[in-house]
Design a protein around this ligand. Sequence first.
Ligand SMILES: NC(=O)N[C@H]1NC(=O)NC1=O
Length: 174
Amino acid sequence: MNMDIAAVNALPYEDFVDILGNVVEKCPIITAAVWSGRPFLSLAALEAAISEFIDALPESGKEGILRCHPDLAGRDLQSGSLTRESHEEQAGSGMGALNSGEASRMARLNQEYKERFGFPFVICARMHDKENILRQLSARCQNERAVERARGIEEVKKICHLRLQSLVLTDNRV
Ligand SMILES: NC(=O)N[C@H]1NC(=O)NC1=O
């Protein structure tokens, strides 16, 4: 599936949500909401609409988005119940191939992070390898809650950007 922005703009909302509903993990309400903003002049304009919708949410809503994300190398990966997108991202960054030391460190730090902040550690896995993810997780456990809320949302937007790129052709294609 790789449509251009004109084809995206022509979609009835049912198809729009079916195709683009997971660009923010398990948050199809965001996709469904921005459909009202058609026609989008470009993929960048669609991405900006998503970003503005997220930014307009109260802090509780932003935390809710973070809570819809599965842990990296967590129980959904073990049980095979990740979304297709998340599975590809986690596999690509080596989350499915941690050695036992890395796996237990990851589980311990993920737990520590969640206990401290009340939402999971979120990072754009496609932009990092496993060593880098573990280093960032450990460092980010030390931050303030508000800093981490904002940081997590930045990462959600990076994930969204890459998911959109794989679904919609960019404007300057031949
Ligand atoms: N917790 C977390 O960061 N999850 C994710 N990151 C990513 O790139 N895909 C995910 O599912």
